[in-house]
Design a protein around this ligand. Sequence first.
Ligand SMILES: [Fe+2]
Length: 435
Amino acid sequence: MSCCHHYALAEGGDAAFAVDVSAITFGAGCLREAGDHAASLGMRRVALFTDPRLAALEHLAVVRDSLAGAGLDVVVYDQVQVEPTDRSFLDAARFAGEGRFDGFVSLGGGSVIDTAKAANLYATYPADFAAYVNAPIGEARAVPGPLKPHIACPTTSGTGAECTGIAIFDYVERHVKTGIVSKRLRPTLALIDPVTTFTLPASVVAASGFDVLSHALESYTALPHSQRAAPERPSLRPMSQGANPWSDVGCKEALKRTGRYLQRAVASADDHEAREQMMFAATLAGIAFGNAGVHLPHGMSYAVAGGVCDFHAPDYPDDHPMVPHGMSVIVNAPAVFRFTADACPERHLDAARWLGTDVAGAAADDAGERLASRLIELMRITGIPNGVGGVGYGTADLPTLAAGAWAQQRLVRNAPKAVDEAGLGALFGSALRYW
Ligand SMILES: [Fe+2]
């Protein structure tokens, strides 16, 4: 810990923190182990979730053959929507309910893994859709009991969805991006094969790599768990419990690897060492943020992604305007960390150093600028757009963006500094352009 007082207990604060993680198997070629793991978890009839693009690729065949080779009955659901919605979650849940499965395997990015989580939930404990959705948008009802086993196999080095109990979706009916959050949604096993990233296009590696970076950076700088109000009952301690000594370990290692390997992983698909290290960084950051929670860059990202008018990112589906998740996060980050630095300057300097900046002689007042400068440098090197303005927004959009971010109270409250809606508008203003 960079500061021995960082976890000093505030009056009414939470003296304890909790650690919940998925079981993890990590290594080149481990997708071939899917069948044995599924059988040992008691699965006999398996729903294998993926999206239409991945359905045609070799990785799906590897997993399907492994499951079938272990004697399991496998039914593929390849209709997962990238950037899922309430409707696509419900379609998947209907498939899961009608198929009478006793286990789930998901192969894909965060959209696929999150859809399998939601399908497992609504098929196992049917309820009105809004029942389990985050309050105040939904009822935030507790998941009544354990779900069926779920093996999550990520194919991008980004979301960390294989390690978290969060399922994010676009609630089209309510015009908001939100989620379902429960420890019970966390996959039983994360089966992480870095070979899946060797064929990813550079822009996908860049956007997902910045998602990793920001998971680690936000978790490391989040409000300390000891300053968050203690829960009414221990079982109600939230997953977004704030920074804690456990998540700090994963954040540090994820930031070091991102600082060292992100640029290389983007520059060359043949740099397997860099791509494998970014996959491991994604795992470490996923474990960390799954037990700490992210804050403002992610809270602001939902407004950036949700209000997009005409931005198209290279190598992403071109049928509708879209800001990829990691890109919608990182365009906010330099402005946010300039703002939050005075809440815990040592932590901002730690992060700048782990990302590769020489911070020798830097004073506390320099922390925000040192970290922001390194983020901007990495963004420029890897082809990320120039701030929120670079993905199509202007000054006239600031009130709408601020209102969208303000709705993400779970994330806003996890920031190390209090901010109101007008303050969020000012942050978006500072994030419009960086160079
Ligand atoms: Fe993220």
